[in-house]
Ligand binder design. Sequence first.
Ligand code: ADP
Ligand code: ZN
Length: 435
Amino acid sequence: MEKYWNQEIETMSLEDMRKLQSERLVAQVKHVYENVKYYRDLMDEKGVKPEDIQSVDDLHKLPFISKADLREAYPDGLLAVPKSQCVRIHSTSGTTGKRVVAFYTQKDVDLWEDCCARAITAAGGTEDDVCQVAYGYGLFTGGAGLHGGSHKVGCLTLPMSSGNTDRQITFMRDLGTTILCCTPSYAAYIGETLHEMGLTPDDVQLKAGIFGAEPWTEEMRRSIEKSLGIKAYDIYGLTEISGPGVAFECSEQKGMHINEDNFIPEIINPETGEVLPEGEVGELVFTSITKEAFPLLRYRTRDLCVLSRKKCSCGRTLIKMTKPMGRSDDMMIIRGVNVFPSQIETVLIEQGYSPNYLIEVDRINNSDTLDISVEMNPDQFSDKVKDMQQQERALAEAIKTMLGISPKVHLVSPKSITRSEGKAVRVIDKRKLHD
Ligand code: ADP
Ligand code: ZN
């Protein structure tokens, strides 16, 4: 059996898992209370003492911690060990504001890499595989996490980092890459480039992709699977909690198993903070129970999803989370309607358009405007203005059916929208500039 298929943990009974989590939680709360003044103050303010936390059932008594707290405590106000025990930092991509910094001890790095190794194993990776890591290397956790996981599994690792797409494909072919790791938007770009070079999936050895770090739809998954001739697996994580590998997809390709021996998940109502029962949509909250250097308790991710303990065909009993449909702060309110970019992406791909699009929101004369630029595939292009207008109207109509509000659609020529090599920027909200 593969080295990083941890049968004991990954198929543990719920009762045993809760016992393991409880033991680790009790110790972790004590560690944090004793060593992190910032969180101790939050607990004192709430009147909670470490002794009040006896098991996972007491988790709800602890105060939340949010990105705002991380920014306030920047750079090292949440560090729980002396700096001399830390061996590395990483930092968020800063997608939604000032970056935050996370610290790691050697044990933290090891446990994180184990999580990524589990993810690669679940995607069918073994020491016989060649794993091309095309996530960015550096402060971003994507490259380092999958790199470490790939080493642990024993794959031949290609530390490509992102970018230089022609070279990605050259190495992919010359070295016989079987597993590709990158963001889904970059995977789509690599697929597009492969076809432009006159190649097909038969010209590469790829069998699987491990794609994450940004939201992507089922339609996007199918489109990448077809373009690269692979099975595409989702992987989720965030710098604050370690990095990629907090949750990973298995052969069922339906939701991601959370490494709950390291991270306890909860779903809360983002408005009230109330814990919601399994099956309801809400904000994902994590408590890291094994981290030494930067252990966050009840961290609000702002990612919206659903948790489920439904039996999985792969045999794992680890709880599953659905693909996050976006962060609470990705959600746009346009003319009073809640809109996620992922809803628009679903319609575009369903209607046969490329996943290259840009959403622009503005406010003109006190009314919100929604403009969507969508790239045509070469075969969708027509030199008859009337045909183009008709296609634009049809697409606007399909989007209106999904969202309930009418967008203005602009079909633009192939290759005119900038491709992403990392996390794609899909939305420009100009209203924020006027505020
Ligand atoms: P930043 O918050 O600056 O983007 P990170 O690089 O740590 O910093 O990104 C973590 C975030 O990326 C998550 O909170 C989530 O919103 C998003 N993310 C990561 N993996 C996925 C995934 N598989 N699906 C959807 N969103 C994801
Ligand atoms: Zn499974």
